[in-house]
Design a protein around this ligand. Structure first.
Ligand SMILES: [Cu+2]
Length: 144
């Protein structure tokens, strides 16, 4: 016989396991690790194509596919934001999510005229964001 107390406990355990399971698959990031734009500031005006330099402190860059503690590779998010669910999965690869799996620390980016938001997000060797996420503030730029 299952008491209501026993049932409640079973539910609590089930939720706790569900909450822990995705995190267990993600790679930890050291406290204080940061990604940032080296050469672009919020509000910058640029001509396309333009150079974007990716800064990283507290961790190292490794190419995709190379599993090494405290490393990752850069991703550039263009005109998009990440949902909490997406932060636990491999990043999509499309015009809004650019991967630099070769270990690149800068890129030439081509965008149409107008305002765009850019954000950097480090991913682990399987393209999954770290825990805690290593993500820059989003910046808005204008392409003239
Ligand atoms: Cu990637």
């Amino acid at each position: 016989m299952i008491t209501s107390f026993g049932m409640a406990r079973a539910l609590v355990v089930a939720f706790a396991v569900a909450a822990l399971a995705p995190a267990a698959a993600q790679t930890p990031a050291p406290a204080g690790a940061k990604v940032y734009f080296i050469n672009l500031k919020d509000g910058a005006e640029v001509e396309s194509p333009f150079l974007v330099q990716f800064g990283l402190s507290g961790m190292g860059v490794a190419p995709a596919g190379v599993e090494k503690p405290n490393t990752g590779h850069h991703h550039l998010l263009i005109d998009t934001t990440m949902t909490p669910e997406q932060m636990k999965e491999p990043l999509p690869a499309d015009d809004n999510h650019k991967h630099f799996g070769g270990g690149q620390t800068e890129a030439m980016v081509t965008l149409p005229k107008g305002q765009h938001t850019l954000q950097l997000l480090l991913g682990d060797w399987t393209h999954i964001p770290h825990v805690p996420p290593v993500m820059s503030e989003p910046i808005t730029i204008t392409v003239r």
